[in-house]
Write a protein that binds this ligand. Sequence first.
Ligand code: PLP
Length: 623
Amino acid sequence: MKSFETLYALDRWGGELLGVNAAGDVTLSAPVGGAPTSLPKVIDALSERGIAAPLLLRVHHFLDAALLNLHSAFQSAFDEVGYTGNYRGVFPIKVNQQAEVISHLMQTGQPLHYGLEAGSKPELLIALSQPRSPESLLICNGSKDESYIRLATLSRKLGQNTVIVIESLAEFDIIHKVSTELGVRPLLGVRVKLTERVTGKWQESSGDRSTFGLGAHEMVTLINRLKDAGYLDCLVLQHSHLGSQVPNIIDIRRAAAEACRFYVELTALGAPLTHLDLGGGLGVDYTGERSAEENSVNYSVEEYCTNVVEAIRYAMDEAELRHPTIVTESGRYVAAHSSIFVFNVLGATLYDSPNRPEENREDSHLVSDLMAVESYIDGPRFQEALNDALYYRDELRALFRRGQIGLDELARAEQGFLYLASKFKSAARGQQISGDVQAGLSAFVDHYYGNFSLFQSLPDVWAIDQLHPIVPLQRLNEEPQRQAIFSDITCDSDGKIDRFILADGAADALPVHDLKDDEPYHVGVFFVGAYQETLGDLHNLFGDANVVTISLDGKGGFNIEHETEADSIAEVMAYVEYDPRDCLDAFRKTVERALAAGQITPSERRIMISAYKEALAGHTYFD
Ligand SMILES: *Cc1c(COP(=O)(O)O)cnc(C)c1O
């Protein structure tokens, strides 16, 4: 059976996690040896239970797979390179703060001594509430006030390996004061500002102009202060962070080498360092292209580990230092693959029509010129025909604006153009198409309306042009006949997805199937587990979608592990400080006045009040 998964490059970016079965369904791969689970079947089964799209689907097995891959890649690199230190990973909570995600990671990570990274006080409180292996680390980054530092310091009394990473000279003064008061020796780290800059979206986090960390001069000052205060023996960890999604392995290697230079020098100054923390930056290959582009990376997790471990081993051997415990705060890599956002298509505006308009003798000759284009669409004059059609249509629109033709005639012209569009589309099918022609054809791209809010569910697509793999979840054994972009249901023209990953690179439209009246059409946006869930906002008051966590049973089925129902309208109204009961009361009074004035009947009043109440309790998305 023919499969169209390669069209969407699913075979490339889907890796070992996703596939397509003979029925044309996208499938979720089970752990080794198990049968895959059809994703549309999961969506149908959830929908029967009343949990409908839009929904965010988390797959436990995908989260586990990334975490275990990362650890085994470090272990293999250690073996290969002869590294004698350990690896201790920590999960940066900001990447996905959801309780269910963090607690699952802590459970799977227990035997690996997987720890947590907090970048704020709320995140510290979360970290302190999680059961962790006693050998795991709790890394405290970010700006810290006295109460943040007090809590972190106190947790040392519980035997926790809480490391307070000093990000500025002023922070040490607070640490000094608090630990003296409490009589607790803290574990300290220091964030160094590397001079190497990296490419990619987050390059501002790197280099000497970055906001975070201490430069060489401040570092020397800090060491002296630590020495004078009698705290130098507490400095056990050196931290640096290049920014997220570093696309080029060479940057990672250079940064690791520079971090080692600081480590060696700080050790020479008397700091008893044992941990080298390289922060985040391990990227996700969203496009599957394996290139040093914004939405891709030119390395695998194995290469990342080998490069980092080699660079560190080399530097430490040269300086005759013990191999430090390597720490990374890889969040995106661990979390991104585990979530899939699924929305249903509500309808479409198609930019073509099978109906040729009736000719009218009175019409401008431009209308018949336009229609004459049909005769040379097929064949070598395709591009000329395309240019002509666009030209005549624009001229006719100009005539309308100048009052030279009426609405009726414009309507025939637009209809004629849509008729030609259908001819262009069928002629273009299966042809090699040049960039210019492609740009012309983009005038005919269809609009599919998705039941979602880009601002709530895919904020990075809106804010930083993040590309996620997007694929229809069903009918992949059927050739898609249309090219579409997706509009969401907010009233904002920014609320659209118009860049996609296809086999030949990024494209402005996604191949999709004709919609059927009696069948839902679901679209999946993949690898949305990192950063998307709490950055989203309530634009137009569209709230959180349903969230469901599943595990795969290895027999083609699944189990629901956790479920969070979408926000109700009453809930989102309360977020912006309306009291839904007051609103209902106010509405009731308006309706009662209309009844008193004889504008409505008592039974109309009943219908209105119950419609309002029902809507309050319902969801913000289309049912
Ligand atoms: C955001 C952040 C991370 C996570 O980076 P990823 O690229 O997602 O792994 C790690 N450490 C610090 C200090 C961060 O600010």
